[in-house]
Write a protein that binds this ligand. Structure first.
Ligand code: ZN
Length: 139
């Protein structure tokens, strides 16, 4: 019979922009679910944050930050969106570049990763409480 497991994680980052490795938290959720074969969806519940899969290598994370700042620099007066009184247009664009969600196959009760794959929460407008949804389906 198909099982469904749902959990939310809470983040409140110290900095406006941060990358956090959440692989262990997703693994714990999978263990709790008891699901051995299926799919695991992870997505932020906010439009200024990302969940993405990549290498846990600090140089690469610095490269991501520099690349994102080049494509979507922070700046109140640079964007149409900020004419509404907001200041986070860059965060919406950065989230779009890094993606909304990941889906990982579950095989034999484990996250079925390729080499070096890790799951990250990408925060682009932090310093406030935000949620990440984990939904696992399978048997
Ligand atoms: Zn906004």
């Amino acid at each position: 019979m198909m099982k469904v497991y749902t959990q939310e994680l809470i983040f409140n980052t110290r900095n406006r922009q941060e990358f956090i490795n959440i692989t262990d938290q997703v693994r714990e959720a999978l263990d709790k679910s008891g699901i051995k074969e299926g799919l695991c969806l992870v997505n932020p519940m906010h439009i200024t944050a990302s969940v993405f899969i990549n290498d846990d290598e600090s140089g690469l994370h610095k490269d991501f930050s520099l690349w994102l700042e080049k494509l979507a620099p922070f700046g109140k007066d640079k964007y149409q969106h900020n004419l509404t009184g907001e200041d986070n247009a860059d965060a919406h664009l950065k989230r779009t570049l890094m993606g909304r969600e990941v889906v990982v196959a579950v095989t034999g009760g484990k996250l079925h990763f390729g080499p070096w794959e890790q799951i990250f929460y990408g925060e682009f407008d932090g310093q406030r409480k935000k949620r990440v949804l984990i939904k696992i389906i399978g048997e």
